[in-house]
Ligand binder design. Sequence first.
Ligand code: ADP
Ligand code: MG
Length: 362
Amino acid sequence: MSNVKVCVRFRPLSSRERRICGDDICFDRLDEESFVFKDEKGEDTTFCFDRVFYQDAKQRDLYEFLAMSIVQDTVNGINGTIITYGQTGAGKTYSLEGPGILEFDECRKGLLPRVIDGLFECLKSSTDMSAHTIKISMVEIYMERVRDLLDVSKDNLQIREGKGQGIYLSGATEVSISDLTEAIALINRGIANKAVGSTQMNVTSSRSHCLYTLSVQYESAVDGKVKSGKLMLVDLAGSEKVEKTGAEGKVLEEAKTINKSLSALGNVINALTTGKRSHIPYRSSKLTRILEDSLGGNSRTALLCCCSPSSSNTLESMSTLRFGTRAKLIKPQRQEEIFEEVSNGISQEEDLVDADLSTAQG
Ligand code: ADP
Ligand code: MG
């Protein structure tokens, strides 16, 4: 059984797509795990994933299939990661947050509020618990700088690795929340910072990766030991290729940085598919470095590949589906490797050597 779940979501056609291509869609639905994709040359490819969410899928379906078991595992001390991938406009933020600001609406709310609710539910129903906390932090990676969305004065957070702590962002604001209402208010403040930052820099938020970290800690009522788990939700920057001709200046620089970090993610995924964990290029971007103990190690990952259903977007959708197909091949870590990592321990607290990044990125 793989520890990576890869799903695809096709959102409904947008009115713009209807104007361009009418009702032409790029796939024929087979069942809830597979479809035939029609590329721009009219050739057919059958794709198979753990689950395909078609235009009529509900936000709740997504949560139940993709996130619910990861939420339960987080409470049991197993780290989890949920990533949305796809071109701008494909439905990444809609799936992760919901439409517009974060809300309670049972039908519309995205994965994030459902996950937070789920964590509270699991903690409440557990009998082995005397006290618990859930903390949220929210950052954005823009042009290889990590910005704290809960305190915008911290605009260049450093990535560290600590003994027993795994990878963390030094000095990142972490806020303890006691219920969903508090969490939503907090996250909406962060989302507003994302937008403010974006207009100042004259970019849209789709040019940055947004990372939510939910840390759960509780004391066992049985043995008094403190247990912890970390769940990350990652809304990646748009994966579209920027036209080499049209883009210049800042837009081109942004596109290059995004391409580098998304291909770094692809390379990490590729390396993980070999089953050998010794040479995984985590250090080739901030994104992969932050995700190091979420993508490898003893953790659970769900990747949601978001696609436009329209025939006007087949090139980008095909590229997203290929990315997802590669991720499906990630091999679960062998028990003896997990044991090796644990017994070696994590080295002394260390800074991420920025030189590492600049060399890797050339
Ligand atoms: P991305 O984050 O990938 O750039 P968005 O999530 O912002 O894309 O989605 C683009 C637009 O499509 C938004 O207006 C959003 O509300 C709409 N949308 C996306 N997915 C769905 C869906 N499953 N159902 C209805 N509308 C959707
Ligand atoms: Mg978005």
